[in-house]
Design a protein around this ligand. Structure first.
Ligand code: PMP
Length: 430
């Protein structure tokens, strides 16, 4: 009944690295030093970007030397809105009008007319009665889990859920059980277990629309039907589905043609397609009104700055006015995947996330560093964020990348894979 410690998804924990015998702080710092040095040396993390968040970014080399231009294949800024002139203008105008920040949490002095407008707009786009904005997606997940669930309630969640859901479960000491990833039979089994023990229990089933590591989609209609037959609520984290799925970019529910109010709790972030920071929860008016007072990550945390709120509002307008941008993202993903398959890589992306597996014998960080030197920014993901045999390059597509830029990136991936001996055309590459 406790959350798994080594889930898939982004349930990353430093506990996996540290020796529990390392008692003093000095011992722990010493033990961790090789990881930090390796990370800096190979450029795996903390790369310093020195210019705008476009499809091509300027990045300082990890040794602090040269600054180079890299093709960006490692950003959640899927639609390229992070550098869209009219969105930048909206943020600048809001700063002039409201100042740089609120200097307080929403229930005190942190609610401007912009915040209100954004909440109304989010409720409208999600087809819900109400919505509330948090300072991050992480805070939104921790907030609803701890604010909604009480003793006797049960949360059933997909094992590949994001770390923020796991943290909410632990913080709220919520009775919970994981079900196997996207496995409807296992979910049904879990629902039967809970109902058998406690016929009247409140049950919430938590899934992600799009899972962040593999980019695969939850079978939402079937999950909805299961929730209905067991009288359970459905909560969806659509961090990676919003702006990516559905003809109008409204997310996973739209992708499946599910109508308004198809989930009881809708959670999303502004850190992906909206390329800023923040998160939200949408649902019934009662749910939102309650969470405003019981979600401590909302009540005790300062509101988003007006610039961010205005940027998100302008982004929603932009997506509504430019469905072709969403189509462009799909085209780019399909093209990139097709070319990778032509090279022999086994990829079949359902969304804008394209994982390319790297054999376990290699250090992913070195492959990432080689691609950096070759002009491509891509993130590596390794244990414990994913199982060891599934370490990978995690390509995130952008709508604003041109064919030439994509071809360049494909060529570099091919060359680097060959130099590390994992190009599928090479013998014994796997
Ligand atoms: N949920 C999912 C599925 C995510 O991928 C993320 C971000 N990685 C979050 C929640 C947290 O969002 P944020 O970065 O806005 O805090």
């Amino acid at each position: 009944m406790t959350p798994a410690t080594a889930g898939h998804g982004e349930n990353f924990s430093l506990e996996h690295y540290l020796d529990p015998a390392a008692h003093t702080f000095e011992q722990r710092f010493e033990e961790f030093r090789p990881y930090v040095t390796n990370a800096r040396g190979s450029g795996f993390v903390l790369r310093e970007i020195t210019g705008p968040a476009g499809p091509v970014v300027q990045v300082r080399d990890p040794d602090g030397g040269e600054t180079r231009e890299l093709i960006m294949l490692g950003s959640n800024n899927y639609l390229g809105l992070g550098s869209e002139p009219e969105i930048i203008e909206a943020a600048v105008a809001a700063t002039r009008e409201f100042g740089v920040g609120c200097g307080g949490p929403p229930l005190l002095n942190g609610t401007t007319s912009l915040h209100r407008r954004l909440e109304e707009r989010l409720a409208e786009t999600k087809g819900c009665e109400s919505a509330m904005v948090f300072s991050s997606g992480y805070a939104a997940n921790v907030g609803w889990v701890t604010g909604l669930l009480r003793n006797g309630d049960t949360l059933l969640y997909d094992e590949q859920s994001h770390a923020s859901l796991y943290d909410g479960i632990q913080l709220g000491r919520v009775r919970s059980m994981a079900f196997q990833h996207n496995d409807l039979r296992h979910l049904r089994h879990r629902l039967m277990q809970v109902r058998w023990r406690n016929p009247g229990a409140n049950i919430v089933v938590a899934v992600e629309g799009v899972y962040s590591m593999d980019g695969d989609i939850a079978p939402l209609p079937e999950i909805r039907a299961l929730c209905d037959s067991f009288g359970a609520w459905l909560a969806i984290d659509d961090a990676h589905g919003t702006g990516v799925l559905g003809a109008n970019g409204h997310g996973t529910a739209e992708h499946f043609g599910l109508g308004d109010g198809s989930v009881e709790l809708y959670m999303g972030t502004f850190s992906k397609v909206f390329a800023t920071t923040g998160g939200f929860v949408a649902g019934s008016r009662d749910l939102v009104d309650t969470l405003r007072f019981f979600a401590r990550s909302y009540m005790f945390s300062a509101s988003l700055s007006p610039a961010v709120v205005a940027a998100v509002l302008a982004s929603i307008d932009f997506i509504d006015a430019h469905p072709e941008r969403v189509a462009q993202l799909h085209d780019n993903t399909a093209y990139f995947a097709r070319e990778l398959r032509r090279m022999g890589f086994a990829v079949d992306p359902q969304t804008a996330i394209i994982p390319i597996l790297v054999p376990q014998r290699l250090a992913v960080s070195e492959v990432v560093a080689a691609l950096h030197r070759a002009g491509v920014f891509v993130n590596g993901v390794e244990f414990p964020a994913v199982p060891r045999e599934q370490q990978r390059l995690r390509v995130s597509m952008m709508a604003t990348l041109t064919r030439d830029q994509l071809d360049f990136a494909l060529e570099q991936i091919s060359t680097v894979a060959r130099s590390f001996g994992f190009h599928p055309e090479q013998e014994g590459a796997a």
